[in-house]
Write a protein that binds this ligand. Structure first.
Ligand code: SF4
Ligand code: SF4
Length: 54
């Protein structure tokens, strides 16, 4: 997952991941990519379109 510079670290994406794979740190997002099922729920919920699948 690519996180754009304008991410506000609001945690919305982390809150909706059905597999709980996103961890919000102070100035970064950590994805557990190996378990990601590419459902795109996190991409769709971001209010500022800061996530992109790589
Ligand atoms: S929902 Fe968007 S702005 Fe909020 S933490 Fe996730 S990627 Fe960043
Ligand atoms: S694509 Fe789906 S499974 Fe993967 S991190 Fe986003 S919400 Fe979680």
């Amino acid at each position: 997952m690519i996180v754009k510079d304008w991410c506000m670290f609001c945690g919305e994406c982390a809150g909706v991941c059905p597999r709980n794979l996103i961890e919000v740190k102070e100035y970064s997002l950590v994805f557990n990519d190996e378990e990601c099922k590419d459902c795109s729920t996190c991409v769709k919920v971001c209010p500022v379109t800061a996530l992109e699948k790589d």
